[in-house]
Design a protein around this ligand. Structure first.
Ligand SMILES: [Zn+2]
Ligand SMILES: [Zn+2]
Length: 307
């Protein structure tokens, strides 16, 4: 079962010839979610041969252009391609006003239903849930209201050991209960422990997106044990003051959050255009949290199943 994250843009504020602005594509069991939609997102999706019509949920972290300028083009493309199925959009309530104005200005309407889910500035909690996963929004600390997102699989059912269930002649009607962890009681009253009939399912996997934000230690308990953490690292340590005044993080601070959250892996991104080379940012993060990588444009980060 797939759980992957693709970094579509790794630059902050301004796109350049090598780096696009913020957007991530999350694939969980072949359901596609878009997190932020900076300028050029649809081009990046096409380069990765993603069928954009499969994106049904878009989450916008905050109302800065480098996280949403691509949304207008994407919505227009959906209409031009004749999209008919609904699109769910999760964002600060003010984005709805802008989208309505945009459609009035161009005297157009979406062909499809756009279902807007406002995320109030102070809201923290689950914003999306289905049988296999949920998405939790949590507050970040930025110059405007900003939210991070935690994508997490729900625990899966136990895996049936077919040889054993056959050996005990387990009736099919018992299987759903056994998958949920029940023991089996034979017609003779013998108790067969669940562990003899099943094996452990893979552990629920998770991914957190934290951008844009100043250093905020409250994030750590919310994303505790996350498999893949994407945390913004706009600046190097030498530009600490600039990070504080603009409410961004240094790569060292991103690494501290990963360490406090006991993340398995850290990917840093949202790099300031001032840096031609990023090795210093990487080094400063790795000195604190060794399993850190620089986000690479269009690279797919897989989270493997662990039992
Ligand atoms: Zn930004
Ligand atoms: Zn911002």
């Amino acid at each position: 079962m797939t759980f992957s994250v693709t970094a579509l843009g790794t630059s902050s504020a301004i796109p350049n010839s090598k780096r696009y602005t913020a957007a991530h594509l999350v694939n969980i069991h072949e359901r596609l979610f878009l997190v932020d939609c900076g300028e050029g997102t649809q081009i990046q999706l096409r380069r990765n041969r993603v069928r954009i019509s499969r994106v049904n949920h878009v989450f916008i972290s905050h109302l800065h252009g480098d996280h949403l300028y691509g949304l207008f083009g994407l919505l227009s493309t959906f209409s031009l391609l004749g999209r008919e199925h609904p699109l769910h959009l999760y964002a600060h309530p003010k984005l709805k006003d802008l989208l309505d104005y945009h459609n009035r200005f161009f005297e157009q309407e979406n062909n499809f239903e756009l279902i807007f889910h406002p995320i109030e500035p102070d809201f923290e909690g689950i914003i999306y849930e289905e049988d296999r996963l949920y998405v939790k929004a949590f507050k970040l600390d930025h110059s405007v209201a900003s939210h991070g997102f935690l994508f997490k699989e729900k625990p899966r059912l136990r895996r049936i050991n077919k040889a054993q269930t056959k050996a005990y002649q387990l009736p099919v009607s018992e299987i759903p209960k056994i998958k949920k962890g029940a023991d089996y009681i034979t017609p003779e009253g013998l108790v067969i422990p669940n562990t003899e009939l099943t094996t452990n399912p893979p552990l629920p996997r998770s991914y957190a997106y934290c951008s844009d934000t100043a250093y905020k230690t409250d994030i750590a308990p919310i994303i505790k044990g996350v498999d893949l953490l994407y945390h913004e690292a706009t600046f190097a340590k030498a530009d600490q003051e600039r990070a504080e005044s603009t409410k961004h993080s240094t790569s060292e601070e991103a690494a501290k959050i990963a360490q406090q959250a006991e993340a398995k892996q850290l990917i840093i991104g949202h790099f300031s255009a001032r840096y031609k080379r990023l090795d210093k940012l990487l080094k400063e993060a790795q000195d604190i949290f060794p399993n850190t990588e620089l986000a690479e444009e269009r690279k797919v980060y897989e989270i493997e199943e662990v039992y």
